[in-house]
Design a protein around this ligand. Structure first.
Ligand code: TYC
Length: 100
């Protein structure tokens, strides 16, 4: 990962860009397709066509990427998904993984 050089009050500094984290949905047999599409549109701001494509990828392949964010945002999105699913009594699982 490339470092950015900058100087502050006459001193040189290097900062690394923040690590990026992928938020993924996992498949299950109970959560409805409509609910997953709604989550992808409302929480991950995907247009309906992309939301349907990601939902079908999860349904067929077991896992699908919803978005890539800094750690705080990724964990906040994950929590929003888990809260929304619990409220609707669906077992939808959402995980966060550091990207390479
Ligand atoms: N497999 C679910 C069904 O057939 C749909 C589904 C898709 C569930 C994606 C979870 O992350 C998921 N109703």
């Amino acid at each position: 990962m490339s470092l950015t050089d900058f100087s502050l009050q006459g001193q040189r500094h290097k900062i690394a860009p923040p690590k990026r984290y992928g938020v993924f949905l996992l498949n299950d047999d109970y959560t409805t397709m409509d609910f997953v599409v709604e989550v992808l549109m409302d929480i991950f701001n995907l247009p309906e066509s992309r939301a349907v494509a990601v939902m079908l990828q999860v349904h067929h392949e077991g896992k699908g990427l919803c978005g890539i964010y800094t750690r705080d945002i990724a964990e906040s999105k994950q929590q929003q998904v888990l809260n929304h699913a619990a409220q609707a009594q669906f077992p939808l699982m959402c995980i966060v993984e550091e990207t390479e």
